[in-house]
Each structure stands twice: as C-alpha cells, then as structure tokens.
Design a protein around this ligand. Structure first.
Ligand code: SAH
Length: 372
C-alpha cells in the first residue's frame, strides 16, 4: 500500500493520535498501514487507552438473530434476497420474548435483536416485541435490523429501545454502489443521523477488506464515523460467501482489522468497540486479539440452536452448534484467559459527565469471572 506525501511516519502518526488530534488521513492512513514490526506497538497503545478510559470490564451483548429473511441484495451477504439456498426462518414474538428472558437469566444485561431487512416485522410488531422485553426484563435493548423510516425508528425508541446499530459498511460512494444494488449511501447515512437525533445510543461500523477498498477509504470512514458521533463501532473482516456474487473475492484479514480496531480506540477513546464474531471466525483467538488491541465488547450468540446454522451472513460462522449456556461459559473462560472481567452494569455509552465516573487508570481487577 502506498502512502501519500502528506502522510506522517508511523512514530509521528502514533504521537498525533495519542495527543488526541481529531481523526485525519495523515495519521489514520500510516497507522492503518503499519508494518508487522510496528503494529504490536499500535495494539499496545490502544490497549492502554482502552484500559485507562473504559477499564478492564468487557460488556456482553446477547445476540438474538430473530429472522434471516431479507428484502435486500447486498452482494457480500449470505442472507441476500436472491440466495435461494438459505433455509429462511422467522421467530415469533413469543419466541423472541422467551429467548430474551433466557438471556436475562444467564446474567446478560443487554439483548441485541438482529435480522435481515424483514418487513414482516412491522413498526407495530417490533414495538410489541420491544415493549414486552422492556416490561419483563431489566436489560438494555439494541436493534440491528437495517434501514427504516424516521417514524418507525421513533416508535421503537418510544417503545423502549436504547441503542441501534446500522453499519455504514463503507462511505466510499462508488464502492457502496457496487456492493448495494438496491441501496443508497445517502439514504443509509440519513438513517444513522435520525438514530442519533432520536437519542439512540448510536452504533455503526464497516467491513474490512472489501474488494477495491483502500486504507484511504477506511480512513475516510473513520472520519465520517467521528463526524456523525458514532458511540459503538463494530468492524470485522469481510468474509466471502460462496452463494453470493463476491464468492471469488479475497476478503479481509484479522491483521488489517486489528489495525482498524486500534485506530478506532485512539480516535474514540470512550467508544464501545466489539470484538466481532467475524474475527473469531477467521482466527480461533481473533476476538481475544481484538480485546487486546482496543475492543471492550463481545456479543455472545443466544439464538435458538435450531436456527443458528441458517443465519450465515458469511460461511463457517462460529458457535452455530452451541446453546446459549455453552456460549456464555465459553465467553467467560475466554475473558478470564486474558485477565478481563465481565461488566455487571448494562454498559450504556458514556457521555459528558458520565465519563468522569468511568474508571481512570484503575489497576487490573481480578474479580471472579462468572456471569453475575
Ligand atoms: N440487516 C441488518 C443486519 C446486518 S448483519 C442491517 O443491514 O443492518 C450485520 C453485519 O454483518 C452487516 O452490517 C455487515 O457489516 C456484516 N456482514 C454481512 N455480510 C458479511 C460478510 N460476508 N463478511 C463479513 N461481514 C458481513
């Protein structure tokens, strides 16, 4: 990868980032392109900032993949509408509610409701699901269901949803167009701005290693995420799916993604950054590596086992045979192995004065690592 004339050296770029310089290409690009020799320093510094700002606690978000129906045709995604090889399922309102109750019993403090873009879950149906979970649990509720209109997002917020995730995927107009035959970059950006204006804790993110994607594009993604005020940022390697138009693509790597995770921690010291399942899919220790390079969130799957294998956004997704309890204890063990603790609070994003109450420079805690 070639650097531009204006780009800083690795050392100067790292110094700029640590000095709190707002994200700009001249320090983002050199860090995203850091050599294998320099990268461990980038990871260490990001890990240190993570420890100082958000502490050693890892927030667990219990993920329910409640429908794999999708009306869209994103060229990277295994759930795309035209993929006839998917065994489609929808969970009923009652099943979703039951699964959420199970999550709370296991000790989770957040439930994430994720699906393809499935219009069966109308504004009213989804509101009902949110209200029921709100009424019967104390968990925070995160939505990850794609693009909807303003009034729908507003209704769901009023029903009790706390957070919403809509990854921008890429902010490069040509790349976005090439990947999304039936979507529009400006439309997606508008959704993300609405979510922010409606007071959702705002999640977004990108994939790494998309065909034709450059470090400069990733740098501009980071700048855009900063401008829009993203508070939770999920990034993962793109993993080509055999039943999609991008089956022949090369895909992203764990190393590229780790560099981005670290850069995000430096640019967004207070953000919630998940160690994503896609990292764990490419490398058995991928999620632990991310947690040691800036990440502080994990999303264990609690989807009923009967549906898991059918939610293949990318191939060989991990944990498709483990039940919710097995996933919980596996995750506890993984966190213990790297000396991290499980957060006991819901893990809301830290804004304004709340940041002062966050642990600053706490010595590593050795709390017993079991789900609280
Ligand atoms: N329909 C929802 C949820 C999408 S699934 C929405 O559009 O927001 C969550 C994320 O999985 C996507 O945003 C995308 O970034 C990621 N994803 C999809 N296909 C992938 C692939 N082949 N490799 C890696 N990540 C992928």
């Amino acid at each position: 990868m070639t650097l531009n004339q204006a780009d800083l050296s690795f050392e100067d770029a790292l110094a700029s980032a640590l000095a709190g310089t707002p994200p700009e290409e001249r320090w983002l690009v050199p860090l995203l392109c850091s050599s294998d020799e320099d990268a461990p320093r980038l990871y260490r510094e990001a890990d240190r900032v993570r420890q100082q700002r958000v502490g050693d606690d890892v927030h667990l978000r219990a993920l329910i993949e409640f429908s794999n129906y999708c009306k869209r045709n994103c060229s990277y995604c295994g759930l795309r509408h035209d993929n006839r090889r998917v065994d489609r399922y929808r969970m009923s309102i009652e099943d979703i509610e039951r699964t959420a109750l199970e999550a709370e019993e296991l000790g989770y403090r957040t439930v994430v409701l994720q699906s393809g873009e499935d219009p069966w879950y109308t504004r009213d149906r989804m509101s009902e699901i949110i209200r029921r979970i709100r009424a019967r649990t104390h968990m925070a509720i995160t939505l990850s269901v794609g693009e909807r209109d303003y009034d729908t997002y507003r209704a769901w917020r009023e029903a009790g949803a706390d957070r919403c995730l809509v990854r921008i995927e890429t902010t490069d107009p040509a790349l976005f167009r090439a990947l999304h035959p039936d979507d529009d970059l400006e439309e997606r950006k508008r959704c993300i701005v609405w979510l922010r204006d409606l007071g959702y804790q705002l999640g977004s993110g990108v994939m790494v290693g998309l065909p034709g994607q450059t470090p400069q594009m990733l740098a501009r993604d980071v700048i855009w995420l900063h401008e829009v005020g993203a508070e939770m940022i999920g990034v993962g390697p793109f993993i080509p799916h055999p039943d999609t138009p991008l089956r022949q693509a090369r895909g992203g790597t764990v190393e590229q993604t780790l560099r981005l995770v670290s850069v995000l921690r430096l640019a967004f010291p207070w953000a919630h950054l998940p160690a994503t399942t896609a990292m764990g899919t490419l490398d058995p220790n991928g999620r632990e590596k991310a947690l040691q390079a800036g990440a502080n969130v994990m999303m264990p799957n609690i989807t009923p086992v009967s549906h898991r294998a059918s939610y293949q956004i990318y191939p060989d997704k991990i944990c498709t045979t483990d039940d919710a309890k097995t996933c919980a204890s596996c995750v506890s063990g993984r966190l213990a192995s790297i000396g991290r603790t499980i957060a006991t609070d819901p893990g809301h994003v830290l804004r304004g004065a709340d940041r002062q109450r966050a642990p600053v420079c706490d010595p590593p805690r050795r709390r017993l690592v079991v789900l609280p």
